[in-house]
Design a protein. Structure first.
Ligand SMILES: NC(=O)c1ccc[n+]([C@@H]2O[C@H](COP(=O)([O-])OP(=O)(O)OC[C@H]3O[C@@H](n4cnc5c(N)ncnc54)[C@H](O)[C@@H]3O)[C@@H](O)[C@H]2O)c1
Length: 443
């Protein structure tokens, strides 16, 4: 066994490797970062620094402003910082734009490219994998933590929202901060918690407020403080556990999604080879009261589901057969899709392809790690002339399916956004009329 299992309470007694211990809070009771007095709202006295203003950090910062905290939003991207400071939001989600327009945001949000002192630090920077080895690349996280460490003072709470490999808090973050700040002691004058995110892009604000959250505490006081903090803007259940369990829990959630999507994708391939309609097959199988096969697709994208399972694989000395197999199945889908398109085009001797949809999943304006982009890349490598547009990303030059497909040998629908499906349903005849070959392939 690589990591010892410790309950939050047991961990509180021992500290990380026994290095730090929690002592009773001095006379005066528990440390207070927030007022529990409903008559006196002291949240604006509490300064929160949110490090990383991306898909997770920016909406978190806005929600904190809305809850009355004094927020410093920090990002190394100076242009982004300037735009957010001027009220221009880089993420165009309805809920986020609504909250960004609240007077509480203009009065409570400041932005900067470097941190300064605060009561609570929330870290939400990217934690990718190395493309070749699939090993975690935590360099962005280390830079972010190193930038805030000089500004720490006694009583601070540091919350890591970034998804991290199991053991990162106790084996890496705590020793790293302790070595730079020997004047502060975890569990005594400094508190660390891991609170991973579960948001669904396109509905981020609603999910941040209403989803249940797991709080990974490195000592009982950090759990208490973090729970008190999230209770100010989260309505979902807040469940405190130890840091290691919370780290693994996040990874398990996304591995669960990956494995289930892989199963659906494999079933679709099997059905196709055997000449069975996969949609009908899955619909029929799902009539079984204890079967729920997901919808197959062209692969898995974004920067969570294709990444997080590798953190588990990397952390374990034993083979993770199923997790690795799921990754392979899902990563092989774009190649299968490209080959299928090529085989259809060979039948009409066509070369010109119009692709609609480059996001990593339907109804999301996010193209990071998208399997659709991989399909386009593969088709181009095969020598096809491909024009590809993403309707949900402003400035991508999408006007209409009719315009996109004009003169093409094939219209390839890689991401069935609601707006695309609706356009197909209402304009199909006109779209087909303008094409060189009347072929629409929908995935
Ligand atoms: N996006 C999601 O839906 C989602 C969901 C759950 C968990 N997560 C996890 O949350 C974390 C953040 O994800 P994200 O999607 O918000 O990433 P992102 O790439 O959208 O944003 C990260 C931001 O951090 C900034 N940054 C990088 N280094 C910095 C530094 N040293 N100081 C300050 N800012 C810095 C970047 O410029 C960027 O704006 C990741 O670990 C991710 O796996 C994301």
């Amino acid at each position: 066994m690589k990591y010892e299992r410790a309950s939050a309470a047991a961990y509180d007694q021992a500290g990380p490797g026994g290095a730090a211990t929690t002592r009773e809070r001095p006379a005066g009771g528990p440390l207070t970062l927030l007022s529990s007095d409903p008559e006196r709202d002291r949240r604006s006295d509490t300064r929160v620094a949110v490090i990383g203003l991306g898909q997770v950090g920016l909406p978190t910062a806005l929600l904190l402003c809305n809850a009355g905290f004094s927020v410093l939003g920090v990002d190394i991207d100076a242009e982004k910082v300037e735009r957010i400071g001027q009220g221009q939001m880089p993420v165009l989600e309805e809920g986020l734009l609504r909250i960004a327009g609240e007077p509480s945001v203009s009065s409570n949000l400041r932005t900067a490219t470097i941190p300064s002192s605060a009561d609570i630090f929330v870290v939400a920077v990217g934690t990718p994998i190395e493309s070749q080895t699939k090993a975690p690349d935590l360099s962005i996280l280390w830079n972010a933590l190193d930038s805030l460490t000089p500004h720490l003072h006694a009583g601070n709470l540091v919350i890591v929202e970034s998804t991290v490999p199991p053991g990162t808090c106790r084996r890496q973050i705590m020793p790293r901060i302790s070595s730079q700040r020997p004047d502060l002691k975890f569990g005594d004058s400094l508190f660390l918690a891991h609170c991973p995110e579960r948001v669904w892009p396109s509905n981020t604000i609603d999910e941040m407020v209403n989803n249940p959250r797991v709080i990974g505490a490195t000592c009982s006081e950090s759990g208490r403080l973090a729970k008190q903090f999230y209770a100010q803007f989260v309505k979902g259940e807040l469940r405190v556990t130890d840091d290691l369990t919370a780290e693994l829990c996040k990874l398990v959630e996304n591995s669960f999604r990956d494995v289930n999507i892989a199963f659906a994708n494999e079933i679709a391939s099997v059905a196709e080879e055997l000449g069975v309609d996969s949609d009908e097959l899955i619909e029929l199988a799902n009539m079984h009261p204890r079967v729920n096969i997901l919808r197959p697709g062209i692969g898995v994208g974004g920067h969570c589901i294709p990444v997080d399972p590798w953190f588990i694989v990397d952390a374990c000395s034993q083979p993770c057969w199923m997790i690795e197999a799921a990754r392979k199945v899902n990563d092989s889908k774009p190649q299968q899709v490209a080959e299928k398109v090529a085989s259809q085009l060979r039948q009409v001797d066509g070369n010109r392809i119009a692709v609609v949809g480059l996001a990593y999943k339907p109804n999301v304006a996010d193209m990071r790690g998208s399997p659709a982009i991989r399909v386009v890349q593969l088709l181009r490598e095969m020598g096809y002339e491909v024009t590809a547009k993403e309707p949900l990303v402003p400035g991508h030059g999408y006007t209409s399916l009719e315009h996109l497909a004009r003169g093409a040998d094939c219209l390839l629908v890689l991401v069935p956004h609601d707006c695309v499906v609706q356009e197909l349903n209402t304009r199909r005849a006109d779209i087909l009329r303008g094409m060189r070959h009347a072929m629409i392939l929908e995935f």
